[in-house]
Design a protein around this ligand. Structure first.
Ligand code: PNS
Length: 159
């Protein structure tokens, strides 16, 4: 059984992430969407809130699980029999950082990374951009699933 991980902060999950997760789920027997939980500083959404939104929006794919991890991604992969790390590349600006991460994970833990090209419709999306738009009452309904849009609106209304 070939297992892949889609790691990230997912603060919050966007249609760009979901596109990569869906396409990865067609290529692997099982895909784990893993939320990095290393940060000392609080995110916009808690790790639990992010995981709940990921679980709700990926349930339809059938072979996607949600998890979180602390520490090195390569070690998490080895401990969980994950063969491949999948990362989406939006533009060349993502490449330098992702290449460095892939090389560290290969050399340090022997775990492969594979890159998927983000679909052009989503290449400008980022969680930070979405949080900024939501903060200024911008419309993000075509960038995030309805559950995330509602959570952003609720969080901003409560501030
Ligand atoms: O969504 P992001 O913020 O781009 O996700 C980055 C993440 C969490 C995937 C990356 O920071 C990561 O893999 N962190 C775990 C620590 C690690 O293994 N770093 C690489 C070796 S220094």
């Amino acid at each position: 059984m070939k297992r892949a991980v889609c790691p990230g902060s997912f603060d919050p999950i966007t249609y760009g992430h979901l596109d990569i997760i869906e396409r990865a789920s067609a290529q692997f027997d099982e895909v784990i969407v893993a939320v990095g939980n290393n940060r000392t500083k609080e995110g916009y959404f808690t790790v639990e809130e992010r995981m709940a939104m990921i679980a709700e929006t990926t349930a339809k794919f059938g072979n996607v699980k949600v998890d979180s991890w602390k520490g090195l991604l390569g070690e998490y992969c080895k401990a969980n029999n994950i063969d491949v790390i999948i990362k989406g590349l939006r533009a060349m600006s993502d490449f330098d950082y992702e290449l460095q991460m892939a090389q560290v994970n290969l050399q340090g833990s022997g775990v492969e990374s594979m890159f998927m090209a983000t679909s052009p419709a989503h290449s400008f999306l980022s969680s930070s951009l979405i949080k900024e738009l939501a903060h200024y009452d911008g419309d993000v309904s075509d960038m995030v699933p309805p559950v995330v849009n509602a959570a952003l609106k609720a969080r901003e209304a409560g501030k």
